[in-house]
Design a protein around this ligand. Structure first.
Ligand SMILES: Cc1cc2nc3c(=O)[nH]c(=O)nc-3n(C[C@H](O)[C@H](O)[C@H](O)COP(=O)(O)OP(=O)(O)OC[C@H]3O[C@@H](n4cnc5c(N)ncnc54)[C@H](O)[C@@H]3O)c2cc1C
Ligand SMILES: *[C@@H]1O[C@H](CO)[C@@H](O)[C@H](O)[C@H]1NC(C)=O
Ligand SMILES: *[C@@H]1O[C@H](CO)[C@@H](O)[C@H](O)[C@H]1NC(C)=O
Ligand SMILES: *[C@@H]1O[C@H](CO)[C@@H](O)[C@H](O)[C@H]1NC(C)=O
Ligand SMILES: *[C@@H]1O[C@H](CO)[C@@H](O)[C@H](O)[C@H]1NC(C)=O
Ligand SMILES: *[C@@H]1O[C@H](CO)[C@@H](O)[C@H](O)[C@H]1NC(C)=O
Ligand SMILES: *[C@@H]1O[C@H](CO)[C@@H](O)[C@H](O)[C@H]1NC(C)=O
Ligand SMILES: *[C@@H]1O[C@H](CO)[C@@H](O)[C@H](O)[C@H]1NC(C)=O
Ligand SMILES: *[C@@H]1O[C@H](CO)[C@@H](O)[C@H](O)[C@H]1NC(C)=O
Length: 570
């Protein structure tokens, strides 16, 4: 039992999972601020400088507004801004249509920010701590425990399910934990020298662009995701972490050697295969924002790899060719997966890469793909074919990945499915899969990608907590819809329902499995879908390290859907 002050009245309250809204006084915020070296800041929605009218802190400012307009769809700009979310609806309160958005389709259009439109705080945390050390995080946990202020952890703001924002919250921003170091014989703390492996230790804020460049300088390979500004130690890795080389090198979770983390109970722990092993397992797949705040992680470094790349494309507008194209990739994908290929397949192009073959073998096995696309050439001027060898992952990343990321600066909604090898097994299965892909595509408003980045050649050894379905999957298929700027609540709801419905064609023919980081916000049966048989143990570990549920996020282990912090979901 503890006493809180609410609207000037003293109330005695039992500590509950839903502390009623309490007023935190300016004095209390100031005390927190001085206890963390002045690193408490006011969280301001990105577009605030463009608005004359506002319910939130900050001022209209033409210089800053121009920078916001220019950077609205630029991930390198957005990642530096606390008040920015890559998928913009997560800075809004969708349920109440309270937003502070400009139009991503025409960033120079002044209408959305002109009166009577008001910049509203939405789900942007009104306060944040620019985290620099374990003590900052400890102080935040203690503050939340005493004052009932909900906490969120924000790293790069890429989350597709709004797990790095919440209305009325205090955020822990890990962006400025920027450090990278390489140790050829990294020994996890508490392990014997025989555990030494090459490892790269990364501050929680480090992003893929910088990590790939660092690996290149050191003549090593680090497995990363595609999006150049997503983080390697936050939500990406704790939720699984796929990338072009995952087929042979494993998911991000397969390669972690160590995490350093502050738990909600205030402990600064090192988790690896020799100590805090339950936490180590949970952090490798249990999801971000759940077990504590990671300050750094160390990932396995592999030697520099020679890669074979295959690329084939036709005109985006040649939609008649897509079914035949899907038939070719479906007919050949089991062999390509066995040969180490990872890649990204759009309705009009495919990019594949493998470290396992030489150039002759690669061209030969990709011949059916090249033949099909070449057959379109007489009537399609957009046909392109490429087969080449590259000396490293860094050169591959710079050439094909870094500037080809998924769009940011819009309200993106996605739904996805892991597609097991079994679906590719016989002619009937392949035909059903092609039909389902075509039907899904017909219901997608933005984009659909068949992501061949599953850890097909890396067996499940029980050391990670992602759904075991990842290991037998050939693809992770992502369907994407969305909208730009502000929109009525009913239309937002329709966007979520629509993309979820699109994925139903694939749900009907696959087991219950999806990638938690790129999933339907309303994924049915999400515990099974994201974690399979691992969920009960994850829940036990959650209760051990966060007994008061100070960390909660949408569809995360142990979350309570009725918690007020989720009041903005539609
Ligand atoms: C354009 C785009 C491209 C993408 N490409 C890929 C891809 O190629 N491969 C892939 O696997 N995924 C990809 N994703 C999905 C990505 O894995 C998720 O968006 C993931 O949540 C990003 O993690 P983050 O820490 O960078 O982002 P954030 O939104 O900042 O955080 C995501 C979650 O992790 C938690 N978290 C963040 N930092 C910490 C920390 N230090 N300690 C504890 N919890 C933390 C947050 O609380 C939140 O729950 C992509 C997403 C986008 C928008
Ligand atoms: C916290 O303290 C610093 C340094 O005194 C100050 O610059 C900053 O504005 C304060 N933050 C808040 C939210 O008041
Ligand atoms: C506008 O923002 C710029 C850049 O942050 C700052 O230098 C300037 O002082 C601001 N102008 C006003 C009037 O606040
Ligand atoms: C974008 O908005 C500006 C300013 O309102 C307008 O002049 C321009 O025509 C718009 N562009 C498009 C492509 O709609
Ligand atoms: C690498 O790790 C080993 C074992 O922990 C340690 O002894 C050594 O000092 C580290 N080297 C560097 C360059 O940090
Ligand atoms: C990486 O390899 C190149 C070429 O072999 C070499 O010149 C360079 O010194 C190496 N760099 C490091 C950090 O080992
Ligand atoms: C696509 O196929 C349909 C039906 O076969 C045909 O009518 C149409 O002309 C084709 N379109 C193109 C661009 O080839
Ligand atoms: C590629 O590997 C095959 C064996 O699978 C071998 O016969 C061939 O000579 C190799 N080609 C090159 C260019 O190395
Ligand atoms: C794919 O394989 C099926 C048989 O499983 C065959 O009928 C079809 O023609 C093949 N399609 C292509 C484009 O290879």
């Amino acid at each position: 039992m503890f006493v809180v002050s609410f609207a000037g009245v003293l109330l005695a309250a039992v500590v509950s999972a839903h502390p009623s809204e309490r007023v935190v006084t300016a004095t209390q915020w100031a005390a927190l601020n001085s206890s963390i070296g002045g690193r408490l800041h006011v969280g301001i929605p990105l577009a605030r400088p463009c608005f004359t009218l506002a319910d939130t802190a900050g001022n209209i400012n033409a210089t800053e507004c121009a920078a916001v307009r220019q950077g609205w769809t630029n991930n390198l700009f957005l990642v530096e801004q606390f008040g920015a979310y890559m998928n913009t609806q997560w800075g809004s309160c969708q349920a109440t249509a309270q937003t502070c958005l400009i139009d991503g389709l025409n960033v120079s259009d002044p209408t959305p920010s002109d009166p009577p439109n008001v910049c509203e705080q939405g789900s942007v945390p009104p306060y944040y701590i620019d985290v620099r050390d374990a003590s900052d995080v400890r102080k935040a946990f203690a503050f939340s425990e005493i004052n009932g202020v909900p906490l969120v952890v924000k790293n790069t703001g890429h989350d597709y399910k709004g797990r790095s924002s919440a209305p009325g919250s205090l955020a822990l921003w890990t962006h400025n934990l920027q450090s990278l170091s390489y140790n050829e014989s990294f020994v996890p703390v508490g392990c014997s020298a025989s555990h030494a492996k090459p490892g790269v230790t990364m501050g929680a804020g480090s992003i893929f662009n910088d990590i790939v460049a660092f690996a290149e300088e050191n003549n090593i390979t680090v497995m990363t995701g595609a999006e150049s500004t997503a983080g390697a130690s936050g939500g990406w890795v704790m939720g699984g972490g796929h990338g072009a080389l995952a087929n042979t090198l494993g998911l991000g979770v397969d390669r972690v050697l160590q995490f350093k983390i502050v738990t909600p109970t205030g402990l600064y722990l090192t988790a690896n295969e020799c100590q805090n092993t339950d936490l180590f397992w949970a952090l490798r797949g249990g999801g971000g924002g759940t077990f504590g705040v990671v300050l750094e992680s160390t990932t396995l470094a592999s030697p520099k790899l020679t890669l074979q790349v295959a690329f084939a494309a036709f005109s985006r507008t040649n939609t008649n060719a897509t079914r035949g194209f899907y038939e070719v990739v479906v007919n050949n994908s089991v062999r390509w997966a066995e040969q180490g290929f990872g890649g990204y397949i759009e309705p009009f192009q495919a990019l594949y890469v493998t470290p396992k073959l030489n150039s002759t073998e690669s061209s030969a096995t990709m011949q059916p793909l090249f033949d099909y696309v070449t057959s379109l050439a007489p009537t399609d001027p957009g046909v392109e074919i490429l087969s080449l060898e590259l000396p490293s992952y860094g050169t591959f990343y710079q050439t094909f990945i870094a500037n080809a990321g998924a769009p940011v600066g819009e309200n993106a909604v996605i739904a996805s499915r892991l597609i097991p090898a079994a679906n590719f097994g016989d002619a009937d299965g392949r035909a059903a899969l092609v039909d389902a892909l075509i039907q899904t595509l017909a219901h997608v408003t933005f984009d659909m990608t068949l992501i061949a980045t599953t850890p097909y050649n890396v067996p499940d050894d029980g050391s990670t907590s992602v759904t075991p379905a990842w290991r037998t999957a050939i693809w992770h298929v992502v369907a994407e819809g969305g909208w730009d700027g502000a929109m009525p609540v009913a239309d937002e709801q329709a966007a979520y329902t629509g993309i979820s419905g699109a994925a139903n064609y694939l749900r009907a023919i696959t087991p219950d499995a999806a990638y938690q980081n790129e999933a339907d916000v309303h994924e049915p049966n999400h515990e099974v879908s994201f974690w399979g048989t691992n969920y009960p143990r994850l829940l036990q570990i959650k209760q051990k390290y966060d007994p008061d549920n100070l960390l909660e996020c949408w569809h995360c282990v142990g979350y309570d859907p009725l918690s007020p912090r989720f009041s903005c979901y539609v």
